[in-house]
Design a protein around this ligand. Structure first.
Ligand code: SF4
Ligand code: SF4
Ligand code: FES
Length: 261
């Protein structure tokens, strides 16, 4: 016999004017290797077909199952119930638009931030359909790939105190994304261009540096390193033009990848 689990779930349907946010308790028996995805699917199939939550890959890849599990943003498909107490509480991720119950719209948030920051390669090169693929040094390709592993689950944004207070805060995931393009030698944007979009309170200078984002990231992305690198690079950029030229040549932001920018 497995444990008897009590799962309290926040219920609310914003499209139903009679719906009032409340917690609803469900009970089910645990079995070995049960994940929260399995538990929620079982609840929906056997107890309440109106329960709303999102899943796609069930393998920690698509980023759609982020929710607040016992107070901590995390992926439900990668969370085994045996790692939780028998009393589990689930809330939808804050900050994102609520679709219903545990389902939130992270896509609109990520799309709007991506458009705002223009998170794509900015190249001045003429497009040549016959050109062969550009080579990239292995180590650099790996560094870029490391930052590209973000699955846009939204957990870091939901855990961020600054994002909770300020709607326009870009969050660690966006800074990480910009750091990825800053590393990429095919992107012709200069330090000034990066400063323009993230060198402000909505970007690197608004972060309180309390690490919640990195703590909850299910992909273990080095978010704090990237925040630090970008903050240093942009702080350097902001003072560069006000120091005498003979000192400027001796200054460095400490980022060994800035040579190409
Ligand atoms: S370290 Fe910065 S980005 Fe990360 S959670 Fe804290 S305020 Fe947000
Ligand atoms: S940085 Fe991590 S926590 Fe944030 S959206 Fe990407 S994968 Fe999720
Ligand atoms: S269902 Fe895809 S990450 Fe959880």
């Amino acid at each position: 016999m497995g444990r008897k689990l009590q799962i309290d779930i926040m219920r609310y349907n914003p499209l139903d004017e009679n719906s009032v946010p409340h917690m609803q308790s469900f009970f089910l028996e645990e079995y070995p290797s049960m994940t929260l995805f399995v538990a929620l699917t079982q609840l929906r199939e056997t107890q309440d077909p109106s329960l709303q939550f999102d899943f796609c890959c069930r393998a920690g890849i698509c980023g759609s199952c982020g929710m607040v599990i016992n107070g901590r943003p995390s992926l439900a498909c990668s969370t085994q119930t045996r790692d939780l107490p028998a009393h589990i509480t689930l809330h939808p991720l804050p900050i994102f638009k609520l679709i219903g119950d545990l389902s939130v719209d992270t896509g609109t948030w990520f799309r709007s931030v991506g458009t705002r920051l223009e998170t794509w390669i900015h190249s001045n090169a003429e497009f040549d359909e016959n050109a062969i693929e550009e080579r990239m040094e292995d180590g650099l390709a790996k560094e870029i790939f490391e930052l590209d592993r973000c699955i846009e689950c939204g957990c870091c944004v939901a855990a961020c105190g600054t994002a909770r207070m300020r709607e326009d805060f870009l969050g660690a995931t966006s800074i990480n994304r910009m750091a990825r393009f800053h590393l990429d030698p095919r992107d012709n944007r200069t330090a000034e261009d990066f400063y323009e979009v993230i060198g402000n309170d909505q970007g690197v200078f608004g972060c309180m540096g309390l690490l919640a984002c990195e703590d909850v990231c299910p992909k273990e992305l080095p978010l704090q390193d990237q925040l630090g690198i970008m903050r240093r690079m942009l702080a350097f950029q902001s003072v560069k033009n006000i120091v005498p030229a003979f000192l400027r040549d001796k200054m460095t932001c400490g980022h060994d990848k800035c040579g190409h920018k």
